[in-house]
Design a protein around this ligand. Sequence first.
Ligand code: SAM
Length: 256
Amino acid sequence: MLAEHIASITAWLPVGADPRHIVDLGCGTGTGTFALLKRFPHAEVTAVDTSNSHLHRLLEKATAEGLADRVHTVQADLDATWPDLGTPELVWASASMHHMADPDRALRQVRNTLAPGGLFAVVELDGFPRFLPEDAPEERPGLEERCHAALARHHAEHVSHRGADWGAKLTATGFTVKAERTVTVNLGPPHTDAVGRYALSSLRRLRSGAAQALTAEDLTALDRLLDTEGPHSVLRRGDLTVRTERMVWAATASGG
Ligand SMILES: C[S@@+](CC[C@H](N)C(=O)[O-])C[C@H]1O[C@@H](n2cnc3c(N)ncnc32)[C@H](O)[C@@H]1O
């Protein structure tokens, strides 16, 4: 669903010569990996993640698309011993750096891993996307924003690196930021079923972080949206959008 936006980011990357070896850190099921394989048809991608099941799905997709010979998966916890990833000319980290327990350490590891003159692209989301109109749901207008405010308080305590200034972090760890960009995403309505499922999974995660700080009325309204069997299910709404921003930093090792 967001493939078009990822493609616009990979097209924008200020790479010199086309990279032959790319590393995708915290690749998940491969949204970035596949965009990179398409953008750089002569490159191979090493896709790294802690999750074996994500890597398994990524390889299944690669096989289905005839790309398996250009993808290598590495199961590793990037907060632990750094795996041997060769010397890639491009390292891509999308929505993964904020998960690191010690992102500065991870950034230094990337600096040591990159080939001379290589590029490091950090993509981060500006929080969870917004899906509901501002006056929804009818009985509790503005519910989604209140959930986000509650979640932001939770994140400030538990996921302190979300929303970090990655430009400053990159500079502090020996990178020079060559370019940065904000990509605004605003999809639908109308929307596909995938948007409904995306809204459902995001609102579920929102609930797990925000529940304690919500009023009983808001929690009830949220649970109505999350009840996929009920008449108020988010899956039944025709007015969903995906509104979000992605920030991208493209950096090279200073002095490199
Ligand atoms: C929000 S997902 C992003 C997936 C993908 N890069 C994308 O843009 O859609 C974050 C990914 O980082 C992985 N991850 C989180 N912490 C990690 C760590 N310490 N080492 C390796 N991967 C990690 C998670 O398993 C997850 O797949």
